[in-house]
Ligand binder design. Structure first.
Ligand code: AMP
Ligand code: MN
Ligand code: ZN
Length: 808
């Protein structure tokens, strides 16, 4: 006992001093010069270097000795066998492990646990290296993770078998099914299984020699042998039928029974409770943006595996926040399709956030499907055709018409099924690795992190919109645009209307370009006329007048030379050039094309300065109408004098209308007059209004680009001949319905219907051909104007020889 006490105090003593020594050593090493500059500086002193090395060697020597005592590899100082610090560190880590393991064993022994006995392990199981502490182990150190957590305490684990009510039958006999009650039986369980007496008493339990036990077993089982080794559910499985429902998609029918329209707080609370118990549900929103400044979430669709819900978010707008309980629960997956806007709308209107989003649009992208729209996923996975007609319906309508309910339900009804499909495919795609699926989760998370930003008006806002139009404005036009933009923003906020409702951008552009002198001119720029424009036309007119007072600085117009040498002709007898050679320069200027080459931009500036259907509101001096124009009412030929280099030449809008009827009559003579003129066969704008734009004012029509080809310098470099005259075909007016122009004003023009514009687009096509003579250069201009965009095709005919073409 006293011995033990002595031991104890000696240990305490050792511990006390040892700990103190370790502490001061740690302190001292921490105050050594830092690696890098400081250390290198000190090391430049030989004394310091020598001291370091001798102390280092001493330390390594001590460490080696300690390691040797514990039977570890210890050649810390042997530079030949070691490549560097890394290996030394590994050696120390290993030694620490061994030492600490030894400490563990000794402590266990002191606790009375006999450590010398090896744990019981299955045969063939290699006892892994014992690892106790890994505080300083590096990831790449010896021993895998599984080794660290293996059978360390195997001997201390209570054998669960001891608690088994029925002993494990390890006898060397075939397995006999354990079943004794057979639910869902079509054929009852054989008596052998239900007869407990036979089963209870097992031969191996009897205290008889093995051979005798086997004999007893054989005898007992003989009569039941067939039953015993058959599958208890063999009959049921043989007669199993595959119902339709298991062959098709696991989908709940869309009928009244599983649909609820939720417009009371009570129902919303009940829904929330339901949702909180689920592991996933699908969500979608419908939104209205036209008659509101910020936009209004008008409907929320939620689908569970069993039911569809439509929430009247106009009715429950200030109550919807309660859904945050389910929406932010990370244990519940919220499936959206293309959630970008939805996430913002949820925040903006209800203060709802989504934690654990799965966006099927992102999944579609990751799977590289042909298209990523919901329609496509519905067709692809569910064989369901969807009708996106209602996407742009006015979702404020109440009561919600049946068709709109059906449409809204389809948006979420299949989403959970799609969610299952895409997840399976994402894993398949990646050979079962979760990488691709993981990336979809991550992308979805990024989307749910989106924050709603309110549109902010600044002094520069208008420039962004103006730049998108890719039009060059002179100072007056730009001023008008800026003033109109500010007016529009202010009024939209004040009246809580969208800017597109107050004044669509393309109309704003038109007014800025025309700078009408009178209020009527403003009205003429808008078709249909927005109610607020009609109401405030005088205020708008004042803004335009203010802009007109700005000093006029026009955009620079430079004439440019041809870049298509393949079109050079030394003997081109052009009707406009009896006395010289012309090079035809084809320029296709698309009003809304994304990136126009500089030359095309310049060309368009010229063109734009020539056409203006609102001429009656603008000065018309300096315009000289070519006599030829009178021969063909549908094509107006103007000549611009040298003096009037920059002056505008405007076709008369009234004349356009008046001439529409005459066009057919004049067609024949027109054809004749064009026989000798280089013309372009231009198809009328083919696109039409396919889809309404998100912002009605953002116009972006695709335009046929036939003359792009003419501009490719590399194309047909050999061909220096001009196109033969026979190949010139006059424009085929039968392709376009020009009658609509004449009857345009007559009917239903009183109500402002933003959609009508889109429908009319296909029909309203105005084609004008103009020949312009500017500073000795002839331009032949074909202009196809629709209510939404103007498409130009220009041939600029250069006179003279190649060496004196204008430099570009
Ligand atoms: P969805 O997720 O397809 O049901 O669309 C939700 C809402 O986004 C609709 O109610 C519309 O307000 C708006 N929206 C969707 N697609 C378009 C589009 N092509 N143009 C304008 N708005 C759209
Ligand atoms: Mn949506
Ligand atoms: Zn939707």
């Amino acid at each position: 006992r006293s011995n033990k006490f002595l031991c104890h105090s000696a240990f305490n003593n050792f511990k006390y001093h040892g700990f103190g020594a370790v502490l001061s050593a740690t302190k001292a090493s921490a105050s050594l010069p830092q690696a890098g500059d400081e250390f290198d500086f000190y090391r430049s002193f030989p004394g310091f270097q020598e001291f370091c090395e001798s102390q280092g060697d001493k330390l390594l020597h001590f460490m080696s000795q300690i390691m040797q005592v514990h039977g570890c590899r210890s050649h810390l100082r042997d530079r030949n066998k070691l490549t560097g610090l890394e290996e030394r560190f590994d050696l120390i880590v290993d030694s620490n492990d061994v030492i600490l393991e030894r400490v563990g064993i000794l402590l266990d022994e002191a606790d009375g646990v006999n450590r010398s006995q090896q744990p019981v392990m299955p045969a063939g199981f290699q006892p892994p290296k014992i690892v106790v502490s890994s505080w300083n182990r590096k990831g790449s150190g010896s021993g895998s993770r599984s080794e660290m957590f293996r059978l360390l305490h195997a001997k201390n684990v209570a054998r669960p078998q001891l608690k088994f009510k029925e002993k494990v039958d390890n006898s060397n006999t075939p397995f006999i099914p354990k079943i004794f009650i057979k639910p869902n039986a079509v054929k009852p369980l054989p008596s052998y299984f239900t007869n407990k007496q036979i089963r209870k008493e097992r031969p191996e339990d009897l205290d008889v020699p093995a051979a005798l036990a086997d004999l007893i077993h054989q005898q007992r089982t003989q009569e039941h042998v067939e039953d015993m080794f058959a599958h208890p559910y063999q009959y049921e499985l043989d007669h199993l039928l595959l119902p339709e429902s298991l062959l098709s998609k696991p989908e709940v029918p869309m009928d009244e029974s599983n649909f609820s329209f939720i417009d009371t707080l009570e129902d919303l609370v009940a829904l929330n409770e339901k949702l909180c118990k689920l592991s996933e549900f699908a969500v979608d929103l419908e939104h209205h943006s036209y008659r509101s400044f910020l936009g209004i979430t008008s409907l929320m669709q939620i689908s569970t595996r069993e039911e569809d819900f439509i929430i009247d978010t106009l009715e429950l707008r200030s109550e919807l926040y309660i859904l945050n309980e389910a929406f932010t629960d990370p244990a519940i997956v919220k499936v959206f399709h293309g959630a970008d806007s939805d996430i913002e709308w949820l925040q903006r209107d209800f203060g709802l956030y989504v934690v654990r989003l799965f966006d099927t649009h992102q999944a579609s992208r990751a799977l590289n499907l042909a298209r990523h729209s919901l329609d496509h996923l519905l067709t692809h996975f569910c064989n369901v055709g969807s009708d996106k007609r209602y996407q742009l319906a006015d979702w404020r309508i109440r009561p919600l018409p049946d068709e709109m309910v059906q449409y809204a339900r389809t948006d979420t009804h299949y989403l959970l099924y799609i969610y299952d499909c895409v997840r399976a495919q994402l894993l398949d795609f990646n050979h079962g690795q979760p990488g691709l699926l993981q990336s979809v989760w991550n992308k979805s998370k990024d989307i749910s992190l989106k924050k709603y930003m309110k549109p902010i008006y600044t002094e520069e806002s208008y420039l962004e919109v103006q730049r998108k139009q890719k039009r060059s404005f002179n100072t007056q036009q730009l001023t008008a645009f800026r003033l109109l933009f500010a007016w529009r923003d202010k009024l939209a906020r004040q009246e809580d209307e969208s800017t597109g409702y107050v004044l669509p951008t393309h109309m704003m552009i038109k007014i800025s370009e025309e700078l009408p002198k009178e209020p009527q001119g403003i009205i003429a720029c808008c078709n249909p006329v927005p109610p607020l424009v009609r109401q405030q036309v005088n205020a708008l007119h004042l803004l335009v007048q203010q802009a007109r007072e700005m000093p006029l600085l026009k955009p620079e117009v430079t004439l440019f030379g041809p870049h298509d040498t393949s079109r050079v002709s030394e003997s081109d007898h052009h009707p406009f050039s009896a006395d010289g050679n012309f090079i035809m320069y084809a320029c296709h200027a698309l009003t809304y094309e994304d990136s126009l080459p500089v030359a095309q931009m310049k060309a368009r500036r010229i063109i734009e300065s020539f056409e203006n259907p609102f001429r009656m509101y603008l000065p018309s001096s300096d315009v000289h109408v070519n006599k030829n124009a009178k021969f063909d009412p549908s094509s107006k030929i103007f000549e611009v004098t040298n003096r009037a280099k920059y002056s505008h030449v405007y076709p008369d809008l009234d004349l356009v209308h008046k001439y529409t009827d005459e066009r057919n009559k004049a067609k024949q003579s027109y054809k004749e007059s064009l026989q000798n003129v280089a013309t372009v066969r231009q198809q009328s704008a083919k696109g039409g209004a396919k889809k309404r734009e998100r912002v009605p004012s953002e116009v972006g029509e695709s335009t046929p680009k036939p003359s792009k080809k003419l501009m490719t310098p590399a194309e047909k470099p050999q061909k220096t001949e001009p196109p033969p005259e026979e190949s010139f075909k006059p424009f085929d007016y039968s392709q376009s319905d020009l009658k609509v122009f004449a009857g345009n004003k007559s009917k239903d023009n009183t109500q402002f219907d933003p959609n009508r514009q889109a429908h009319d687009f296909k029909k309203k096509v105005n084609i004008q051909q103009t020949v312009i003579h500017i500073r000795g250069i002839f331009c032949f201009l074909v202009q196809i104007q629709t209510s939404r965009c103007v498409n130009h095709c220009v041939f600029i005919l250069y006179r003279g020889f190649r060496h004196n073409w204008p430099k570009r």
